[in-house]
Design a protein around this ligand. Structure first.
Ligand code: WAQ
Ligand code: MG
Length: 237
């Protein structure tokens, strides 16, 4: 028997819930209690601030509903500052065939505190998701092997998310900057590889965001979002 466990935490600021952190696991029954405790402890100790609200959700799942996907290959591009990092992103967007690169960069750099990602139509450069405040949140994925979950491993978690996301028929690219103030490495991803860029923001900055590049010729938006939100994916290396 397997279970999906999801954690999210938030802080109350002026009567509004501000998202702090989220994580999820797909685990065997025997690990359930252990993992629950780890996720709760992670929610209570986060660099973005102290949680006022923590949500832990447990769902039983069927093994036959899970698909297995091989992790994207990874490489790293070292840059000295974020401006150099943006140039790498710009080159990446250029290769995908996007003409108004500045528009995409501006979107990424102005997307503060969303819980999910922007879905950007690569032909019209329009945002496709219904809820612009929240974006689309990819869930229901994990690694096949259970790793250490006490401390967030940004790289591992992002690789898992990117592997699931780029496996969607119509998602041809992803750009990501962490919203954690002490984590400045970001990435871009294609269907073939996950490219780490060592600086995409300054230390201490709460900026962060994700953009999924959507090619409407490859699948419907409805199928794409449903896959991203609901399909159970286990990533192997
Ligand atoms: N689905 C869609 N978008 C998400 C999700 C999700 N499950 N989780 C976060 N986002 C969006 C949201 O807008 C956040 O503000 C933004 O992405 C950044 O999220 O190889 O830590 O969880 O070392 O802060 C990159 C690792 C780490 C690079 C990324 O993202 C490397 C990271 P964070
Ligand atoms: Mg974060």
């Amino acid at each position: 028997m397997k279970y999906s466990i999801k954690m999210r935490s938030s802080q109350k600021v002026n009567e509004k819930d501000i998202h702090l952190s989220g994580a999820e696991r797909i685990v065997d029954e025997k690990s359930l209690m252990f993992v629950l405790e780890k996720l709760a402890s992670r929610a209570l100790n986060h660099s973005r601030g102290e949680a006022d609200f923590i949500n832990l959700k447990i769902n039983k799942i069927k093994e036959e509903d899970i698909i297995r996907v091989k992790a994207l290959k990874t490489r790293t591009i070292k840059v000295d500052n974020k401006e150099e990092g943006y140039r790498v992103v710009a080159e990446f967007l250029n290769k995908i065939g996007i003409n108004n690169i500045q528009k995409v960069l501006n979107l990424l750099l102005n997307a503060i505190n969303m819980r999910g990602a922007i879905i950007l139509n690569i032909l019209s450069l329009e945002r496709m998701e219904d809820d612009w405040e929240k974006g689309v949140r990819v869930t229901n994925m994990d690694y096949e092997k259970e790793g250490d979950i006490e401390i967030k491993n940004h790289y591992k978690e992002a690789l898992c998310l990117a592997t699931k996301t780029l496996n969607a028929k119509a998602i041809v690219g992803e750009i990501c900057i962490s919203d954690d103030p002490d984590y400045v490495t970001g990435y871009v991803a294609t269907k073939n590889e996950y490219i780490r860029i060592t600086k995409l923001k300054d230390k201490g900055s709460f900026l962060g965001g994700r953009i999924f590049l959507y090619d409407p010729r490859l699948d419907t938006l409805e199928n794409t979002i449903s896959y991203l939100e609901n399909q159970l994916v286990v990533v192997y290396e």
